[in-house]
Design a binder for this molecule. Structure first.
Ligand code: NAI
Ligand code: PYR
Ligand code: MG
Length: 372
């Protein structure tokens, strides 16, 4: 199979879909790998690193898309990339379709077989291709929130850890999954006073256990959130219902409960965000203010630490990538229900129920799509 990897074109996205290690592995499995020139530079990988691994270098994205059987990326295809996709081609990347009707329309119109990293599952109920980037985004969230809280950025001017004699910042984390746990670890490490809310009691027990009294857990309800907002300096949105649009847990009216200059970091923005007032921002212009509350809503936070993120993502995608290349997508998905869970579109049909529900579109069972 010919595997193609273009350079990412989303603003300030410096990750790349294939590491030289992954390229070498694919070549050793008998596949051809074509990298767009300079695709890896943002993550510190040169064209020479890829040619040493046995890959070919293409001069343009158009050449990569035109000749590859499978396109491997990081971010959802941008409009210019969507125009280059075609039926019979496999696209393996993050998609986040539920909040994105235009992209969904374009993937269906192209007829491409699109497998979303964020909905591939594992035997323990986890999301193995989302988890590494959630680890990164979670660790970044308090760091970005702390920066947002600085006076020069419009924030309340509160230091995360306080100082002797002055209270630390109050950080509220909604969602205690991979992002929430990683965010808690860093926020606790910075000395903040941290509360984590989740709907899963077992998850709260786990957090209670591992943090040994260094944070507070609370069952997530509208009332619990409303009670915590007036005291919060920072609220981190980290909920997920896999594949679905994020539930809106804080309304615009509730911003009035918060302290002026407090910071919202909505990590769940890639699924539409869990604050009514969230909309996606970029690393170039990450913050905006609504009713005196600062919002940081960057949908590709891990791109800020592209080298770490590319390596972590590459480790996680490699076995799935090799299965898709070695067996072809149909057999790979037929033999692995966890990979099949990643299938979001095929031959003009939507195959992921939560996306269909969010966008009010008909859905074909993925097992049925294998026969199309
Ligand atoms: N902005 C960015 O750059 C990035 C965003 N993400 C996003 O972060 C979000 C979280 O991802 P993960 O932590 O990996 O998911 P996860 O599945 O590990 O955790 C989500 C948690 O939310 C909880 N939850 C669901 N509904 C809730 C509610 N109403 N109140 C409180 N908790 C609730 C679940 O019980 C679960 O523990 C996803 O939308 C993911 O796509 C992940 C990586 C990068
Ligand atoms: C998960 C995701 O959307 C990202 O890493 O950008
Ligand atoms: Mg994202």
């Amino acid at each position: 199979m010919k595997i193609g990897c273009p350079k990412e074109i989303k603003p300030q996205e410096f990750r790349v879909g294939l590491t030289p290690h992954a390229a070498r592995e694919a070549v050793q499995h008998g596949h051809r790998v074509v990298m767009e020139t300079d695709a890896g530079l943002g993550a510190g990988f040169t064209d020479e690193d890829y040619t040493a691994a046995g890959a070919d270098i293409a001069a343009s994205a158009a050449e990569v898309f035109a000749t590859a059987d499978m396109i491997v990326k990081v971010k959802e295809p941008q409009p210019a990339e969507r125009a280059l996709l075609r039926a019979g081609q496999v696209l393996f990347t993050y998609l986040h379709l539920a909040p994105d009707p235009e992209q969904t329309h374009d993937l269906l119109a192209a007829g491409v077989t699109a497998i979303a990293y964020e909905t591939v599952t594992d035997a323990r109920g986890g999301l193995p291709l989302l988890a590494p980037m959630s680890e990164v985004a979670g660790r970044l969230a308090p760091q970005m929130g702390a920066w947002t809280l600085q006076k020069a950025n419009g924030g309340r001017g509160v230091l995360m850890g306080g100082v002797p004699g002055v209270r630390p910042a109050n950080v509220v984390i909604i969602g205690g999954g991979v992002v929430g746990t990683a965010a808690a670890r860093v926020a606790v490490g910075m000395g903040a006073n941290v509360t984590v809310l989740d709907r899963s009691v077992p998850r709260l027990s786990y957090l209670d256990d591992i943090f040994q009294g260094r944070l507070t857990t609370q069952y997530s309800s509208a009332a619990a959130i409303a009670e915590l907002l007036p005291e919060a300096d920072m609220v981190i949105g980290a909920v997920l219902i896999p594949g679905a649009a994020a539930p809106k847990l804080v309304t615009r009216a509730q911003l009035a409960l918060m302290r002026p200059g407090a910071a919202i970091v909505d990590v769940a923005i890639d699924q539409g965000g869990c604050f009514e007032t969230s909309h996606p921002t970029t690393h170039q212009d990450p913050i905006y203010t609504v009713d005196g509350i600062l919002h940081y809503c960057v949908a590709n936070m891990p791109g800020a630490v592209a080298r770490t993120s590319t390596q972590a993502l590459g480790n996680a995608t490699m076995p799935f990538l090799l299965a898709l290349a070695d067996k072809g997508w149909r057999r790979a998905c037929a033999e692995d229900p966890h990979l099949l869970a990643g299938l979001n579109t095929h031959a003009g049909r939507l195959t992921y129920a939560a996306v269909g529900a969010a966008l009010n579109l008909p859905v074909v069972d993925p097992a049925e799509a294998l026969r199309l």
